[in-house]
Design a protein around this ligand. Structure first.
Ligand code: URA
Length: 240
């Protein structure tokens, strides 16, 4: 007989989500055990005997952990499976390994750049949970220019949807009459946060690329390609 664990623990052991996020997934009816949707908490499952599915994908407990970085192009959704059938970041990984991986956080459909994927739920938690303050750096292109007051607001925190962002590091990299390129580092990672921050100061983002998570850099990995993280990078993430 396999070990018996609570369903949310099983989900986090599979690497799909943290335990807290797993509880939400259960509550939202996204999890099935042996073909039956489970939406109440507290259900227990047996590892190796019960079949647990999330959004139609079977979750397996695998001792071997994978850590990958992808240079995500625009036009791909950051989920394992898309309800509208759009291409997903998992499609870009391909091969046997792809069935084991989950995206670490999210990049919008129209954002490109550095995305981590793993089956190590502890790493996902550290990179995505605001309490760990893992910096994320983006190159944003906005249409037109930005005022000194706009820059000042971004650097000190702006209100987006009843929430004040923490101060961001912002630097102008290049500017022409029609657009401006900036580097922005934020310490949280709310939904569409960078776009909303620029919107809050009257600027429209027309291109967005993530180039860094903590001190892990995208470097010159070509668009649409992926690689395994080095042991140095994996150790860095484990020690966040
Ligand atoms: N902020 C955004 O607005 N979009 C992303 O994809 C990531 C951060």
């Amino acid at each position: 007989m396999g070990e018996i664990v609570r369903l949310q623990k099983y989900i986090s052991m599979s690497g799909a989500a943290s335990r807290r996020a797993a509880e939400e997934m259960i509550e939202n009816g996204r999890v099935k055990v042996n073909g039956k949707t489970i939406s109440e908490q507290g259900v227990k499952v047996e590892i190796g005997a019960d079949k647990v599915m999330l959004d139609g994908k079977e979750l397996k407990i695998n001792e071997k952990k994978y850590y990958i970085m992808l240079n995500k192009p625009t036009g791909y959704v950051t989920t394992v499976k898309d309800q509208f059938g759009r291409p997903t970041v998992i499609d870009l990984i391909g091969g046997e390994i792809s069935s084991q991986l989950f995206p670490v956080g999210r990049l919008d459909y129209d954002t490109e750049g550095l995305l981590l994927l793993t089956n190590d739920g502890a790493i996902t938690h550290k990179v995505t949970h605001p309490k760990f303050h893992t910096d994320k750096t983006y190159i944003a292109v906005i249409s037109g220019g930005i005022t000194m007051s706009g820059l000042h607001k971004l650097r000190h925190g702006v209100n987006i949807e009843n929430y004040k962002t923490s101060p961001a590091d912002v630097e102008i990299l290049d500017a022409s009459a029609s657009k401006t390129m900036l580097k922005i580092t934020i310490h949280e990672g709310r939904n569409r946060q960078v776009r909303k921050m620029f919107e809050a100061v009257g600027c429209k983002v027309i291109g967005l690329q993530r180039v860094k998570i903590g001190n892990i850099e995208l470097g010159n990995l070509p668009l649409g390609r992926w690689r395994h993280l080095t042991s140095h990078e994996v150790n860095y993430l484990k020690n966040l």
